[in-house]
Ligand binder design. Structure first.
Ligand code: WT7
Length: 632
């Protein structure tokens, strides 16, 4: 079965068709799936409200398409390979039949415990097979999953549970991460102290650490399994019913719940996976992301399983027990397609090259990159040392909101250019806008990256607040979905995504709003005001630089920094810890009282000679003292 695009010319033809006849194009891609009722209309849309509906009127279940649909033809093919944190631990393999069975059993546990179609289920778990079962079990019974990344704190979990009104939580007792054993259930217990909507908590026994089980609320998974039958019914969903919520940060306010729906997301995740990675039926594919992020949703679980691929899930970290762990796994499982983040590449680049060289990487055929711009140095290191100097690297640009890959080479077909995501996938119509929202038509230009036509995997709303969705994505430039990114288009029409143009920073591929981190810092009783900016960081891409004003001066700055770290860990999680904290007397402000972030960014970057005009500031004298106190 070769329904992949086979050449660059074919890509161009397919692209052309997708623009001329988008409805026909996507209807054709949707044909292969199991639908219980066909759509009345392929696409209805306007970007004003916004309202976007794909395959309206159609009925389906995405998990039936991930699993049941393959049973007859691929039942004994490996669906999921799980590699544990500890290299001496036992890897686990699930064929399509076995994965189907596990998902059905968990689906029955959910149903037996009252979970119904439309209920929101929060999943907070380490990267163990039960996490995959949980996500798919929710979708099977029509519950809306909201996976919260395991690195988030109890406060962050509580915010997300409350925003979505989750009635059910799935978690584990503990987890492993490198050499550490950590508690998980305890964090959930803390979160639930400030949540009133949760009735039940399903707990997977994994590390066997001691946990408190609350009578009437908490259920052990292994116990609940005893009364769960093997057969499970599928909940048949409307194409536009919600499939999941995934929280992501923006430039203002608290993280918002990005909503994806069943039909369009399914078609898009499968189509993009198959074509970008050029996965063949016998190949083994590994995406190193965490399922707590969109990359894990679309390209560990849904995309590969919909395509009938073999997907690998890894519990551990790239540098434990040593910096060769990724390459040892590639050798062990004979990985053909390897998809990771630039931050991981940059971290591994700093270690001895022998960690790469001592492993047999000859199985590799395709390399991928995602999450942030990949700098040329990392691109070349990746290609030369991992890719035998000739493997294709697919630099895939996309977002939580886009559901799937938007701009990327097709492996082996599209000409490559280091640090360029190259061309839009079929169905994707990117434009560059100038500051007034006019399309810049020529090539060899930079602008704000926007998309002018819907694609099936796109965001439908932000949970519980449609107006916020409109304002954030569709209200900035009328008639366009605005990405928040700036991009360059070269003479050949290839795109290079440069980075965010809003107050969002990308730390190791994790997205944070500066306001979100400022709010956490401001919780510290001594902090009067704070301002957070990003700065270039060798490994993380961007680091977090915080300026803080302290009440009545500050006696012990190191102590204050320590406490601010703790506050941020408590409010958001370790991943959002500032790299540098500078205590200042005042922040540069305009006459209308707005913080001049431009100046703070320059100082954090060390670009103090090009601050521009500071004379219009309300308090120009603070600039010099901020420069003097810069943290290096
Ligand atoms: C932001 C989205 C998409 C999955 C992971 C991140 C940046 C992502 C690239 C890339 C340059 C990239 C953008 C985007 N980004 N991939 N290949 N080249 N920048 O998802 O957390 O929603 O973040 O990540 O700035 O807006 P996310």
């Amino acid at each position: 079965m070769t329904d992949r695009i086979q050449s660059f010319e074919e890509y161009q033809q397919e692209y052309d068709l997708s623009i001329r006849k988008p409805e026909e194009f996507w209807a054709d891609k949707a044909k292969k799936f199991t639908w219980h009722k066909e759509w009345d209309k392929v696409l209805e849309w306007n970007f004003q409200e916004p309202k976007v509906e794909w395959f309206k009127g159609a009925k389906l279940n995405i998990v039936e398409n991930c699993l049941d649909r393959h049973l007859a033809t691929r039942g004994d093919k490996r669906a999921l390979i799980w590699e544990p944190n500890d290299p001496n631990g036992q890897a686990k393999t699930y064929t399509y039949k076995q994965l189907h069975k596990e998902v059905c059993r968990m689906a029955n546990v959910l149903t037996n415990n009252g979970v119904q179609k439309g209920d929101r289920v929060c999943i907070y778990m380490p990267m163990i097979p039960e996490l995959a079962f949980a996500v798919l079990a929710c979708a099977r019974v029509g519950a809306i999953h909201s996976v919260v990344f395991g690195g988030f704190s109890s406060n962050a979990i509580a915010d997300r549970i409350n925003d979505a009104g989750c009635s059910f939580v799935i978690t584990s007792d503990g987890m492993y991460r490198g050499a550490k054993e950590l508690s998980v259930k305890e964090t959930v217990d803390e979160a639930l102290e400030s949540c009133s909507t949760v009735d039940k908590v399903l707990v997977v026994q994994y590390t066997h650490c001691k946990v408190k089980m609350e009578e009437g609320r908490d259920i052990w998974y292994h116990e609940a399994l005893r009364s769960a039958g093997k057969e499970s019914e599928l909940q048949i969903m409307d194409a536009e019913d919600m499939l999941f919520i995934l929280y992501t940060s923006g430039s203002t306010g608290k993280p918002k719940g990005v909503v994806h729906t069943c039909g369009g997301y399914m078609v898009y995740a499968e189509y993009t996976f198959r074509n970008v990675f050029q996965n063949k039926d016998s190949e083994v594919y590994w995406c190193t992301a965490d399922i707590g992020w969109i990359t894990g949703h679309s390209y560990i679980l849904y995309g590969p399983l919909l395509a009938g691929a073999t997907t690998v899930m890894f519990e551990g970290v790239p540098t434990w027990p040593d910096a060769g762990r990724f390459w040892q796994i590639v050798e062990k499982h004979k990985i053909n397609i390897f998809y990771t983040a630039p931050t991981a590449i940059r971290a591994l680049m700093t270690h001895n090259i022998d960690y790469v060289k001592k492993h047999d990487l000859s199985s590799l055929k395709v390399l991928g990159s995602v999450g942030e711009p990949i700098n040329e140095e990392a691109w070349h290191w990746y290609r030369n040392n991992v890719g035998r100097k000739d493997l294709p690297i697919v630099d895939t640009w996309w977002q939580t909101e886009t559901g799937g890959i938007m701009i990327s080479p097709l492996a082996g077909l599209t000409p490559l250019k280091p640090s360029f995501a190259t061309y839009p996938l079929p169905g994707v119509q990117p434009v560059l806008l100038d500051g007034d929202g006019n399309e810049i038509k020529e090539n060899g230009v930079e602008g704000y990256l926007a998309i002018k036509f819907p694609w099936p995997g796109m965001i439908r709303t932000t949970y519980g607040d449609h107006e916020r969705c409109r304002r954030t994505y569709f209200g900035v430039y009328k008639g366009y979905y605005f990405t928040g990114d700036g991009a360059r288009r070269d003479e050949k029409g290839m795109y290079r995504v440069i980075g965010r143009v809003d107050d969002v920073i990308n730390v190791s591929g994790h997205r944070f709003g500066t306001a979100e981190i400022e709010n956490a810092i401001d919780e510290h009783p001594q902090v009067v005001e704070s301002a957070v900016v990003g700065f270039p960081h060798e490994i993380k891409g961007q680091g977090i630089y915080a300026y803080v004003i302290c009440a009545e001066g500050c006696e012990d700055e190191d102590k204050l920094r320590q406490e601010i770290h703790e506050e941020v860990i408590k409010q958001i999680g370790k991943v959002a810890r500032p790299d540098k904290i500078q205590v200042v007397d005042d922040l540069p402000k305009t006459r209308s009282g707005k913080i001049m972030r431009r100046i703070l960014r320059k100082v954090a970057e060390g670009e103090t000679s090009s601050l521009g005009d500071t004379s219009t500031l309300l308090n120009p004298e603070v600039v010099e003292s901020i420069i003097q106190g810069r943290r290096v």
